[in-house]
Design a protein around this ligand. Structure first.
Ligand code: GUN
Length: 287
């Protein structure tokens, strides 16, 4: 079994991005800037946001945390997003999910300018993705594709089975895998006999949010297993796949932590850099 070392691949890419950004700061006079909006004190979100900030520092990306109280009004979040949309020094913005129940998540995501949408969640950016037009890709699917590519894993002709159909991971990763020539099956809560599907997966992507949903007997021998889950069980982080059992059956597998997580953050930084370049180049052309 080969471990898909997301931590190593992401660290190398973040450092490579740093080299590029250092040169661009010399050339264009400023670094990329990512605004991070966090509502409330969800411990997992706080930890993700901290990780994103740290990675920004490694890559030379300016980042600013906008922390709002759990009971913030919808109109106040809207005001902040509008203000960041209008601020020419901000290249990218993320609204850390999940939000408290009283906030309208879709409305807020769509309020983020599609040109500052570092997460690629805006309905127009997702529409572009589904129509295979150039756009910002959501961070986790993009990170997964980068990781598969880093290990030269063949995708064309493979049967990719995705467990989970969220807008953030399952659905867009299915689209990206299909674009690269995979035949896809998307499984979800209503899927009957999940095992019969996962057992035929050459590439299995699990983003169900259910700890250890995929057991060893559900993994095809010699396959590639990508575990997107991050669950805290008895104080320990575990994925959606029973790693100890699956590692003896799969040819490649991501660990949790240090698998998909760091790749998601790297993709976010690369998206922010992409938005920065498009802002810099637009400003230069419009002068
Ligand atoms: N919550 C879980 N994953 C993500 C992500 O990629 N971006 C944001 N903004 N929130 C998340």
């Amino acid at each position: 079994m080969i471990l898909l070392d997301g931590f190593k691949v992401a660290s190398e890419r973040n450092l490579a991005l740093r080299t590029v950004i250092d040169q661009e700061v010399e050339k264009y006079g400023r670094a990329p800037h990512l605004a991070i909006i966090l509502v409330g004190e969800n411990p997992a979100s706080m930890s993700y946001v901290k990780g994103k900030g740290k990675a920004c520092e490694v890559a030379g990306i300016k980042h600013k945390l906008h922390a709002l109280l759990e009971d913030v009004k919808q109109s106040e979040v809207e005001r902040l997003i509008q203000q960041l949309n209008e601020d020419p020094s901000v290249d990218g913005m993320i609204l850390q999910l999940p939000l408290p129940k009283h906030l309208d998540e879709n409305h807020l995501i769509d309020l983020i300018s599609k040109d500052k949408d570092a997460d690629g969640f805006h309905v127009i950016n997702q529409g572009n993705l589904y129509q295979k037009r150039p756009t910002i890709h959501p961070a986790t699917p993009k990170g997964i594709m980068t990781l598969l590519n880093a290990y030269a894993i063949p995708i064309s002709g493979a049967h990719a089975v995705i467990v989970g159909r969220s807008n953030i991971v399952g659905f867009p990763v299915a689209r990206l895998l299909m674009d690269q020539g995979a035949t896809i099956t998307v499984c979800h809560r209503q899927t009957k006999d999940l095992r019969s599907h996962t057992l035929s997966a050459d590439i299995l992507v699990v983003a169900s949010g259910k700890p250890n949903l995929v057991t060893g007997d559900m993994v095809k021998p010699g396959s590639v297993v990508i575990d997107v889950g991050v669950n805290r069980v008895d104080g320990k982080l575990v994925g959606d796949v029973d790693f100890e059992a699956a590692k003896n059956i799969a040819a490649y597998i991501t660990p949790v932590p240090k698998g998909v997580g760091p790749m998601t953050i790297n993709a976010l930084l690369e998206n922010t850099h992409e938005l920065y370049l498009s802002h810099i180049l637009n400003q230069r052309f419009s002068k």
